[in-house]
Write a protein of this length. Structure first.
Length: 250
């Protein structure tokens, strides 16, 4: 069983009243288990944040779904900070075959074709990157790393385990793994240090050689200083770095 979201998430800034429609595919997910009488209760947190383009207020929002007992959707609720949730997405339950292949050949061909087309669009007009979906942004980034010789796997949207792309290759016969997190933000929404710290934790937990955070915007000074202190463990790729990577991959 897989729990996900469907529909729309609409929020309103508590400081200035501006309203935003949030792409539910851009939300991250974390799961927590708690022991109860009938076995574990599993909490699914779908969360995200954005900065109001009108007043600069940072807004955070979480949609929560609870399985109890495991395999049964019990109830849902929501939390917000700096904003009001005007419309919440539906929580949906998908039942799937554990042998199902998410990346069968035809699907991969379509992803690669679409990613290459988007790379060309963005190279012609940098602003085009803000018109693609978060999933298309992940596919674009995956294609850039694929063209650098990595084997890439895009993780399922609702079960990414803290990273969107796993990139691997052998260097002098030694396996090398990179975890890549993608944040498709507006040009003025900078990625803060919290997300960099979180990705470093995933890198340590998964014992990857390196973690890379790629964004369509820029990073705050604190985020860059934190990443620099980690030396080779984590790298930051902003929109300008990504543009250079796309040009070099042609």
């Amino acid at each position: 069983m897989e729990i996900g979201l469907a529909g729309e998430l609409i929020i309103k800034c508590l400081d200035c009243g501006s309203e935003y429609r949030i792409d539910i595919d851009s939300l991250d997910e974390e799961c927590f288990a708690y022991e109860r009488n009938m076995g574990d209760e599993v909490e699914h947190d779908f969360y995200g944040e954005c900065q109001c383009e009108d007043c600069g207020n940072v807004m955070r929002f979480t949609i929560k779904a609870f399985e109890y007992p495991v395999g049964a959707l019990n109830y849902c609720n929501e939390e917000s900070d700096g904003c009001e949730i005007l419309e919440s997405p539906e929580t949906v339950v998908n039942y799937y075959d554990s042998d199902f292949d998410y990346y069968e050949e035809e699907g991969i061909r379509q992803q690669v074709s679409g990613a290459c087309a988007n790379i060309e669009r963005v190279l012609r007009d940098k602003e085009a990157i803000y018109n693609i979906t978060p999933r298309e942004f992940e596919e674009l980034v995956a294609e850039v790393f694929s063209q650098q010789g990595y084997n890439v796997e895009i993780t399922p949207a609702t079960r990414d385990g803290g990273c969107d792309i796993i990139a691997t290759k052998e260097i002098s016969g030694i396996p090398y793994m990179i975890l890549i997190e993608c944040k498709k933000y507006s040009a003025r929404h900078k990625v803060d240090v919290q997300l960099v710290r979180s990705l470093l934790g995933v890198q340590s937990d998964r014992k990857a050689n390196k973690a890379i955070l790629v964004t369509s915007s820029l990073f705050t000074r604190d985020a860059r200083q934190f990443a620099e202190r980690q030396e080779h463990l984590i790298s930051l790729v902003d929109i300008n770095d990504l543009m250079d990577m796309m040009r070099n991959a042609r």
